[in-house]
Design a protein around this ligand. Structure first.
Ligand SMILES: Nc1ncnc2c1ncn2[C@@H]1O[C@H](COP(=O)(O)OP(=O)(O)O)[C@@H](O)[C@H]1O
Ligand SMILES: [Mg+2]
Length: 246
């Protein structure tokens, strides 16, 4: 039996009268690459932000390796270092260089000498193939390069799982491939990931499971092959829109 990294139990989230997530339940096992698919506005970002404790759910529990994440700031900070996040719009700090952006998290969170943090950061920057830009500032990078730095920053915390929120959707189409290539590389390293994306062909090639969100619920939780061979009309309607759009 594989180790459970995350478990969501009866998670719900409202924004005022709007019920965005309703009774969400699923587990993530070590090495899983899970895609969360669903139309715009279905709550995919809200779900990822809830997992990362950027949003507090109205109801339900999240367990990290079987341990309940309590709702205190200290606990939340503790778990946030274990759960990496790659944002749609990169969220790099513009007055810090690439190297400084990647070093910042571990410098704050890990009690390591600066020299070791630098070595760690350089390793991750190498993995995303950005060593030639370590002294550049984010404004002087392309979107694809910014996102690769965003990935290195998440990796530098050595998290147990990384959440990706539409990592390529803010990019010029010509830059999508370089970011997908890096995510694929991580998949070969056995890193546990949850990826929200509409890049269907890409996700089909790397995910082992697909969660399909609809009306605030996980409507389907299927192995990748089962999802793409499904005859369900909700799935087919979704695939028809996004396969041909991209
Ligand atoms: N902070 C917020 N306040 C109020 N409504 C929000 C907030 N964040 C998201 N929503 C609403 O929740 C719904 C789900 O949003 P979101 O999680 O961003 O969907 P997705 O990522 O699937 O496109 C949308 O209707 C959105 O307008
Ligand atoms: Mg979103």
């Amino acid at each position: 039996m594989k180790e459970t990294i995350l478990e969501l139990e009866k998670i719900s989230k409202n924004f005022n009268d709007l019920e965005v997530l309703k009774d969400i339940n699923f587990k993530v096992f070590k090495g899983d690459i899970i895609a969360i698919l669903g139309k715009s506005g279905e709550g995919k970002t809200t779900l990822l932000r809830t997992i990362n404790n950027l949003i507090e759910p109205n109801d339900g529990n999240i367990y990290f390796k079987k341990e309940l994440i309590e709702r205190s700031n200290k606990e939340i900070r503790k778990f946030r270092t274990k759960i990496g996040f790659v944002f749609q719009h990169f969220n790099l700090i513009s007055n810090l260089t690439v190297l400084q952006n990647v070093m910042l998290g571990p410098l704050k969170a890990k009690k390591l000498p600066k020299k070791e943090v630098k070595e760690l950061a350089l390793n991750k920057i190498k993995l995303v193939e950005m060593l030639d830009k370590i002294d550049s500032y984010p404004d002087n990078l392309s979107g694809g390069q910014k996102q690769r730095v965003g990935i290195a920053r998440a990796l530098a915390m050595e998290p147990e799982i990384i959440l990706f929120d539409e990592p390529t959707s803010a990019l010029d189409p010509s830059l999508v491939g370089e970011v997908m290539k890096i995510i694929k590389k991580l998949s070969f390293e056995g890193i546990t990931m949850i990826i929200v994306t509409h890049e269907i062909a890409f996700i089909r090639s790397i995910a082992n499971r697909i969660l399909f969100l609809s009306e605030g619920k996980v409507k389907y939780d299927l192995k990748t092959d089962e999802f793409f061979n499904s005859k369900e009309s909700t799935i087919n309607d979704y695939l028809n829109i996004f396969v041909y759009d991209n």
